[in-house]
Design a binder for this molecule. Structure first.
Ligand SMILES: O=P(O)(O)O[C@@H]1[C@@H](O)[C@H](OP(=O)(O)O)[C@@H](OP(=O)(O)O)[C@@H](O)[C@H]1OP(=O)(O)O
Ligand SMILES: Nc1ncnc2c1ncn2[C@@H]1O[C@H](COP(=O)(O)OP(=O)(O)O)[C@@H](O)[C@H]1O
Ligand SMILES: [Mg+2]
Ligand SMILES: [Mg+2]
Length: 363
C-alpha cells in the first residue's frame, strides 16, 4: 500500500496489515448514512501525504462518508472548510497560530491533536517527563525512562556534568529537538568521556540500556493499542567499555524494514510487554499528554522480566493507517449519533462489535 518507493518487503508488510485490519473491521457496520459526510481537513507534509493519504485509503474513506480536504496552511482556516476534523502534522509557529485561532472560534471541530500537546513531544526532555512522573509499577512490571542529562551549552563541561550525575558510559546522544527533521534523528553512541566534550548541544545524553536488540513499538490510536517488534541496537559490553572509544553515529534502526515480528528470537527478549501493563501505561499517557494519535518506543532491560524503559514518543506515526481510518469513522458515528441522524439498529450493532473487540485487537 506504500507508494513512496520503499523496498518491497515493506509493501508486503503493509498489505498484510491492511488485510488483517480489513478482516477484523466489520466495515459494513461502520457506514454512516450516505447523506452524512464527515469532512477531514488535513495539513501534512508532502512526505506524510504520500505515506498516509494513499488512494486506496481515500477511496475506502469516501465509501464510508469521509472526505479528506487539503488545508492551505498559509490561509486562515475559517475561510476554508467547514471541517469536522482537522488532522495535522506540521511544525512552524505560523501554522500553530492559524490552527489555534481557528479552534478558538470553532471549538466544535475535533483537532487531531491539540498543537500544544504535540509541542510537548518536540523536545526529548519534555517528551518523556510524563513517563517519569507516572513512575508506573504494578505486578506486571515497572516502566521508567533511562537516566539522562540535558545539555544546552558548553560542550567542554559535559564530562564533568556526566560524572556529577553519575551516568555510566556508553551514552546515547540524541538531539534535544525532535521535530521530524533528518537532523533530529541523527543519534550517536558515545563511549568515552573525552569524546563527550566534542558533542554539539543542545542534546540529551541517555544511558544505554541493554535490551537484547529488540524494541517494542506501541501504536496508540484513540483507545486502541497495537504492539509490534522491531530490531534495535545490539547490547553493549558494559564491563569493558574501554575497548571502544569515540562517538559512533548510528542509523535510524527503528525503521519499517527492520520488523522483528517473524524473527527467531530468544523468548525472553521477544515476549511482548504484558498487555495490562501497556494498557495502564497508554491510558495514563493518553490523558497526561492529551494526545490520541501517537506511538511509544519501549524496551525491556535484557535479563529482566518486567523492567521497561520508554525511550521515544512520536506524534501521528506512519504505521497502522487503517486503525486511524477506523478511529475517524468512530468519530463520524459519534457525531451522527449526537445529531440523532444515525439509526438505533446500526449504532447498537456497531457498539456491540466494537465492545466485543472484534476489530483492532491488541496483540
Ligand atoms: O522516531 P521514530 O521512532 O523513528 O518514529 C517515526 C517518526 O514518528 C516519524 O515521524 P517524524 O519524526 O519523521 O515526523 C514517522 O514518520 P511519518 O510521520 O512520515 O510517518 C515514522 O513513521 C515513525 O516511525 P514508525 O512508524 O516506525 O513509528
Ligand atoms: N537509552 C537507550 N538505550 C538503548 N538503545 C536506545 C536508547 N535510546 C535509543 N536507543 C536506540 O536508538 C533508536 C533511536 O532512538 P529514539 O530515541 O527512538 O530516536 P528516534 O526519534 O530518532 O527514533 C531506538 O530505536 C533504539 O534502537
Ligand atoms: Mg524512535
Ligand atoms: Mg522519535
Amino acid at each position: 500500500m506504500r507508494l513512496n518507493g520503499e523496498v518491497s518487503c515493506i509493501r508486503h508488510e503493509e498489505e498484510e496489515q491492511e488485510e488483517e485490519a480489513e478482516e477484523r473491521v466489520p466495515l459494513t457496520l461502520l457506514a454512516p448514512p450516505p447523506s452524512q459526510k464527515l469532512v477531514v481537513g488535513y495539513a501534512l507534509t508532502s512526505k506524510k501525504v504520500k505515506s498516509f493519504l494513499q488512494p486506496k485509503l481515500e477511496g475506502l474513506a469516501r465509501k464510508k462518508g469521509i472526505i479528506f480536504v487539503a488545508i492551505d496552511h498559509c490561509q486562515p482556516l475559517g475561510n476554508q472548510g467547514p471541517f469536522d476534523i482537522v488532522l495535522h502534522k506540521l511544525t512552524g509557529k505560523e501554522w500553530q497560530q492559524l490552527l489555534e485561532d481557528y479552534w478558538e472560534k470553532h471549538p466544535e471541530v475535533t483537532v487531531l491533536d491539540p498543537p500544544a500537546a504535540i509541542k510537548h513531544l518536540r523536545n526529548r526532555q519534555s517528551m518523556l517527563q510524563d513517563v517519569a512522573d507516572l513512575n508506573l509499577s504494578d505486578c506486571y512490571g515497572k516502566v521508567g525512562i533511562p537516566r539522562q542529562l540535558i545539555i544546552t551549552k558548553d560542550p567542554s563541561s559535559i564530562p564533568d556534568a556526566v560524572n556529577k550525575a553519575g551516568l555510566s558510559l556508553p551514552l546515547v546522544v540524541k538531539p534535544l529537538v525532535a521535530d521530524g527533521s533528518a537532523k533530529s534523528h541523527e543519534l550517536s553512541l558515545a563511549y568515552d568521556e573525552v569524546s563527550l566534550s566534542k558533542l554539539d548541544p543542545p542534546l540529551v545524553l541517555q544511558e544505554f540500556v541493554n535490551h537484547g536488540g529488540v524494541l517494542f513499538k506501541v501504536y496508540i490510536v484513540g483507545e486502541t493499542i497495537k504492539v509490534v517488534r522491531r530490531f534495535s541496537l545490539p547490547d553493549v559490553n558494559k564491563c569493558e567499555p574501554l575497548n571502544n572509544t569515540g562517538v559512533f553515529q548510528f542509523p535510524r534502526v527503528s525503521c519499517a524494514a527492520a520488523s522483528a515480528d517473524d524473527a527467531e528470537l530468544d523468548p525472553g527478549v521477544a515476549e511482548l510487554p504484558p498487555r495490562p501493563l501497556l494498557e495502564n501505561l497508554c491510558r495514563e499517557l493518553r490523558h497526561r499528554l492529551g494526545l490520541r494519535l501517537f506511538n511509544i518506543d519501549i524496551i525491556r532491560e535484557h535479563g529482566t522480566k518486567g523492567r521497561f524503559y520508554v525511550i521515544d514518543i512520536n506524534y501521528f506515526p506512519g504505521k497502522y493507517i487503517l486503525l486511524i481510518l477506523v478511529f475517524l469513522l468512530t468519530l463520524a458515528i459519534v457525531k451522527c449519533l449526537a445529531m440523532n441522524t444515525y439509526s438505533l439498529i446500526s449504532s447498537s450493532a456497531w457498539y456491540k462489535a466494537s465492545s466485543k473487540g472484534d476489530f483492532l485487537a491488541v496483540n
